[in-house]
Design a binder for this molecule. Structure first.
Ligand code: NAD
Length: 440
């Protein structure tokens, strides 16, 4: 199957927003191009086969509002168009949620499932050595994305700090200082080069759950905090998919279907049952697959559910569909068969522009990725602030501030959509591009 050019889709969303904005051709040309593209080929020592060369990317799209910010993806299908699209959406997202950060994204073409833990660590460290000149707390601040985790961020930041400690200016500066407190502060500042770190390595409380939690707050704001017992299907049971399923289940929504890259599961009784995401996760960890993890309430039982393909999951008659896996899942080919009333985009770019038109005609509400998954980068921003200011916020404070940020972004986008008579994605882009281009 031919891979969809995801970056072109991003540019079509931009063009659509410009029907409202009517920017000059120069401003549009600036928005259509990333500021810098870093493409690196670097060797990694494998356990058995000697050294292998890997291809990594870092795209720095825009820093007009602050340092570049965005995750690093490990996936065998990562390519330049995908990373450019993801970096572009990060620039839009940070502006939508109104944090002083720009847009960036990174990736390595690799199937991490085929690597041992030691190879994964060497790969992560080698990538950091290859891009070290281009990142830093005030330059570009990476974070986790698909197939990267807090543990990987810990390896990466450790490698970065090692490199910095070796550079002469930093070494001289440190040698001059007798005061060890100052050294610690400098190290903490360098920790701010990566976010999504484990808490004990300078991470923020609440970061791991933040993307799912933020999506939950946005949905609550859309539904005005009232409706529960609505049915939900979640595509993608990784970090983001797991937490949104967990928070929704805890709030009384019913999780009737879940999936990962190998396929999905659905409850047999769609009228009554809900998967228990926590039990499903521990079952999946034990069995290595979602299939047969039909955990409802406190019991996992083969009678409770059945397997389902990812395509079927998207077309289930549910109230809320949550794509939380990869791009281009709802396309011109299947959009007409989507039956959900709300699509809450937790993945980046799950809906193509063709699908957007069809869903709009079907009066399905699409809550766009640049709004609904902005909780992750928001708490990454809080983590960065904590590192720079040598602070540790309580989880309560993180969650309160997160809620304030994403709910206020939701209100801005919702009002803009009403004012312009557009869908929420176009409204979010209009709002973000105004913020990105004013005074620039
Ligand atoms: P992850 O690696 O933790 O999980 C990805 C999940 O998707 C896995 O369960 C995987 O099996 C599943 N998957 C992969 N291909 C699939 C397919 N074709 N069909 C169904 N499931 C499939 O990654 P994540 O961090 O949860 O990211 C998921 C999405 O959310 C991505 O689009 C990512 O860019 C976006 N996102 C992540 C964050 C974050 O903080 N991690 C923030 C914002 C947006």
């Amino acid at each position: 199957m031919m891979k969809i050019n995801t970056f072109k889709n991003g540019l079509r969303q931009l063009d659509k927003a410009n029907r409202v904005l009517k920017l000059s051709e120069f401003k549009m040309e600036r928005l259509r191009k990333p500021e810098k593209i870093v493409s690196v080929y670097f060797p990694v020592e494998m356990d058995r086969e000697g050294k292998k060369i890997f291809h990594g990317y870092r795209v720095q799209y825009s820093n007009v509002r602050g340092p570049y910010k965005g995750g690093i993806r490990f996936h065998h299908q990562v390519d330049m168009n995908e990373v450019m699209a993801l970096a572009f959406w990060m620039a839009i997202k940070c502006a939508v949620v109104n944090i002083p950060m720009g847009g960036g994204k990174g990736g390595i073409e690799v199937d991490p499932k085929k690597l041992s833990e030691a190879e994964l660590e060497r790969l992560s460290r080698a990538y950091v050595r290859a891009i070290a000149h281009d990142i830093g707390p005030n330059i570009d601040v990476p974070a986790p994305d698909v197939n990267t985790s807090p543990k990987i961020m810990a390896w990466m930041v450790d490698e970065y700090i090692k490199i910095k400690l070796k550079t002469s200016t930093f070494a001289e500066a440190s040698a001059d200082r007798q005061n060890s407190k100052l050294k610690t502060e400098e190290k903490n500042r360098l920790l701010g080069t990566f976010t999504g770190k484990p808490v004990e390595k300078g991470g923020s409380l609440g970061r791991t759950e933040a993307t799912g939690r933020g999506g939950f707050y946005v949905l609550q704001a859309l539904l005005e905090e009232q409706k529960t017992n609505m049915t939900v299907a979640v595509q993608g049971f990784g970090n983001v998919g797991y937490y949104i399923a967990k928070f929704l289940n805890e709030a009384g929504f019913r999780i009737v279907a879940l999936s990962d890259s190998k396929g999905g599961i659905v409850v047999n009784n769609m009228e009554k049952d809900s998967f228990n995401p926590e039990l499903v996760l521990s079952c999946k960890k034990e069995k290595g697959t979602l299939a047969s993890c039909y955990c409802v309430g406190s019991v996992c039982d083969l009678e409770n559910g059945r397997t389902i393909s990812n395509e079927e999951l998207l077309e289930l008659p549910v109230d809320i569909l949550v794509p939380a896996a990869l791009e281009n899942q709802i396309t011109g080919k299947n959009a007409a068969r989507i039956k959900a009333k709300i699509v809450l985009e937790m993945a980046n770019g799950p809906t193509t522009p063709e699908a957007d038109e069809i869903l709009h005609r079907k009066k399905i509400t699409v809550v766009p990725d640049v709004l609904s998954n902005s909780g992750g980068v928001t708490v990454s921003y809080f983590e960065w602030l904590q590192n720079l200011n040598n602070e540790q916020w309580s989880e309560e404070k993180v969650n309160q501030e997160l809620k304030k940020k994403v709910v206020s972004a939701f209100i801005d986008v919702f009002k803009e959509a009403k004012k312009q008579g557009t869908d929420m994605r176009t409204a979010a882009f209009v709002l973000a591009i105004r913020r990105l281009t004013e005074n620039h």
